[in-house]
Design a binder for this molecule. Structure first.
Ligand code: SF4
Ligand code: SF4
Length: 153
């Protein structure tokens, strides 16, 4: 009984102190943790087609297609099955993959999230993400400016 009263007292204390932990999304923008892992950005400009991201991905979210001379031809991203483990970003030697803080994307089926690099360029919610801006500040320096314009699909 004492435990129940203590629990109720704690509930009342937090209910009345005016502090809130939720926001009226989508009218209000939620604060995203700096450690949040959202949707990728891919840079064909940086990619050296080493396929390490494809090999490390635990569930085939990334598929790299090569020609017979081992030149990279296609980067397929099945965003709907990504578990946002960030292994692909960590293993990439040239920062061609960046996990942004964007979580605002919807589709009716998972298949609609299977996109190649050309298709990614035309997806508004994907195209509008600035990979450097959406990262946590301490990683901005790590990603760097690169040479010339960055081409993250
Ligand atoms: S974040 Fe993890 S699951 Fe998603 S593409 Fe990268 S390695 Fe695969
Ligand atoms: S690990 Fe990086 S450089 Fe290698 S194929 Fe993947 S995105 Fe390209």
């Amino acid at each position: 009984m004492i435990g129940v009263l203590k629990g109720m007292a704690t509930t009342m204390k937090h209910a009345l102190d005016g502090e809130t932990f939720t926001v009226a999304y989508p009218d209000d923008e939620p604060e995203v943790s700096p450690r949040f892992r959202g949707v990728h950005k891919f840079s064909q400009e940086r990619c050296i087609w080493c396929r390490q991201c494809e090999n490390v991905c635990p569930n085939d979210t990334i598929q790299i297609v090569m020609d017979d001379k081992r030149n990279g031809e296609q980067y397929n991203l099945h965003i709907g099955q990504c578990i946002y483990c960030r292994l692909c970003e960590e293993v990439c030697p040239v920062e061609a993959i960046v996990l942004t803080q964007n979580f605002e994307f919807v589709a009716d089926t998972k298949d609609e999230f299977a996109l190649n690099k050309e298709e990614l360029k035309n997806v508004p919610w994907y195209n509008d993400i600035d990979p450097v801006q959406t990262r946590e500040p301490d990683r901005e320096a790590w990603v760097g400016e690169g040479e010339g314009e960055l081409d993250y699909q």
